[in-house]
Design a protein around this ligand. Structure first.
Ligand code: F6P
Length: 543
């Protein structure tokens, strides 16, 4: 079947399905059995999605008509599927076990990956053993990761999520993440740090991101002022650069011995598995980092080899395609019922929207359908007291992902265990009410403003426990889901040209901030604000 035929069949099915309410589908006692799928420590429950067996079948035909098999193979083989930058997207190679050779352009990249991991391990050990010493000879006890986007969100999300599993050796090192261009995070953090015991990790694939270089320069100035030591010594003892562009890091002043490397074929938002995950390895120790990689690798294998009828990334992707392209749902809320996953929504915002926020296809033509929806999120129970009102009674259809761990707080006091049960109950309550509306309880006598429409579809991802392996699998599940959707939409998920123009424009504007601007240089709105700035500050923007 060709793609157009498969698409038309789904459009026709949607005419009927749009009128069907989830309360009808959930009457089927087999529903959970038929629409929930387990893979190792993850259970994907799609039973509250507005799908039927026949819709799923039609979606699988659509996937086939888009040559999904060919694209999955091309991804794992290392074909240059990021065609606009002529390179592969081989984040999967980063989690492939040691001793599984993988040749890319005559180079065994598995050997390269293992070598980088070994180098990372040496540095982690040095820090854990308190052998990395600052300018005064005292051991480093604080690591500050300076980076933005993929060089920040992934490591920060994982470090926060798995903090409770930190081994004793890792506890000696405090970890902070700094990303904001305006220096507000850094300036307040520096007031609490001991310069003699602080290591800055400048994480940047390109080593040319303005935000990161500005924060790194502020950190270097701070150290110089606080220590009065020669710059070279400070760079050697207090900075590590993590990059795919060693030359730029050298130009910035970092000797090769202070660099960890990764490769062009790792996309920034797919890089937490590489040396960019250094902070994770410091927090968890190398065994913990390896367990994260292993969880992702097991999901890779599942995605690559298992039949699509029970393939978690494929099923999750297709269900959302159904929502977006056929049920006209263009908002997606990420709702972890677990404070440890507080940064998961921000991480997924980049992963999903920077990957699939595109409207030009692989042939350079405008797409004729919706692609990535607007995606946002918050810790579920907190969001209940903030934006759930809109989910329950607003005018927008929204699909939701509930993410929760079954087991938590073993060995902790009863009150924490009770909090976990309370959280599980709230997660299930919200998923049920969003699906059924006021049919969940008998509300038929309630006034109009107390009624709930329901029929908001959701997926529930139940982790056995939030372990490094389960988190690795969860992240890989989302990565591959994004990939499958890009195949259906025929777009390249691995470039991000849409972020370039703003960077160029900022470079053009910078010399005009706090200076008079000649009329006709920009547009009237920009010139108006530049004039106002100039008048307010007299050319000096410092307060
Ligand atoms: O501007 C977007 C972006 O290029 C992201 O794709 C990337 O994760 C982030 O900036 C940081 O880039 P780098 O790691 O090169 O500093």
């Amino acid at each position: 079947m060709d793609k157009q035929t498969a698409w038309t069949l789904l459009q026709q099915a949607a005419e009927t399905e749009k009128k069907r309410h989830l309360k009808e589908l959930l009457q089927d006692p087999q529903r959970f059995h038929d629409f929930s799928f387990r893979q190792d420590e993850l259970l994907l429950d799609l039973s509250r999605q507005r799908i039927t067996a026949s819709t799923l079948n039609a979606l699988l035909q659509l996937a086939e008509s888009c040559q999904l098999r060919h694209w999955i193979d091309a991804l794992f083989k290392g074909d240059a599927i990021n065609h606009t930058e002529q390179r592969p997207a081989l984040h999967t190679a980063l989690r492939q076990p040691k001793g599984t050779p993988f040749t890319l352009q005559d180079q065994d990249i598995n050997a390269d990956v293992q070598q980088a991991l070994e180098r990372m391990e040496q540095l982690v050990e040095q820090l854990h053993q308190q052998q990395w010493r600052g300018f005064s000879g005292e051991p480093i006890n604080t690591l500050v990761n300076i980076g933005v986007g993929g060089s920040d969100l992934g490591p920060m999300m994982v470090c926060h999520a798995l903090e409770e599993l930190q081994p004793q050796a890792g506890r000696a090192i405090k970890i902070h993440f700094i990303s904001s261009m305006d220096g507000s995070q850094l300036s307040s953090l520096l007031q609490h740090l001991d310069p003699a015991r602080t290591l800055f990790v400048v994480s940047s694939k390109s080593f040319s991101t303005a935000d990161t270089l500005a924060n790194a320069a502020t950190a270097r100035d701070w150290l110089q002022q606080a220590s009065d030591m020669p710059e070279q010594l400070l760079l050697k003892r207090h900075f590590i650069g993590i990059t795919a562009n060693p030359q730029k890091a050298r130009e910035w002043g970092l000797p090769d011995a202070n660099q960890l490397h990764f490769w062009d074929w790792v996309g920034g938002r797919y890089s937490l598995w590489s040396t960019i995950g250094f902070a994770i390895a410091v927090r968890l120790g190398m065994p913990g980092f390896q367990a994260l990689l292993d969880g992702a690798w097991r999901m890779d294998e599942h995605f690559r080899t298992s039949d699509w009828s029970h393939n978690l990334p494929v099923l999750l992707a297709l269900t959302e395609i159904w929502n977006i392209n056929f049920l006209d749902i263009h908002a997606h809320a990420i709702l972890p019922y677990d404070g440890r996953l507080a940064h998961l929504p921000a991480y997924l915002e980049q992963l999903e929207m920077e990957s699939n926020g595109k409207s030009v296809d692989r042939e350079g033509l405008s797409v004729t359908h919706h692609t990535c929806p607007v995606l946002w999120g918050e810790i579920g129970p907190n969001a209940q007291h903030a934006f759930y009102q809109l989910l329950h009674q607003g005018s927008e259809s929204v699909m939701c992902d509930f993410i929760v761990a079954a087991k938590r707080y073993g060995g902790a006091g009863e009150s924490l265990q009770a909090q976990h049960r309370l959280t599980l109950a709230n997660c299930l309550a919200q998923a049920r009410v969003l699906a059924l509306g006021d049919n969940a309880l008998d509300q038929s006598q309630a006034s109009a403003w107390q009624r709930y429409q329901g029929n908001q579809p959701s997926s529930l991802i139940l982790l056995d426990e939030l372990t490094p392996g389960a988190l690795g699998a969860l992240i890989a599940l989302y990565e591959h889901k994004v990939f499958v959707q890009s195949v259906i939409w025929n777009i390249n998920p691995f470039d991000q040209w849409g972020v370039e123009l703003g960077k160029q424009m900022a470079n053009t504007l910078l010399p005009h901030v706090g200076a008079p601007v000649k009329p006709g240089t920009f547009d009237s709105a920009t010139e108006g604000v530049l004039d106002a700035l100039n008048q307010l500050t007299g050319g000096n923007t410092a307060s």
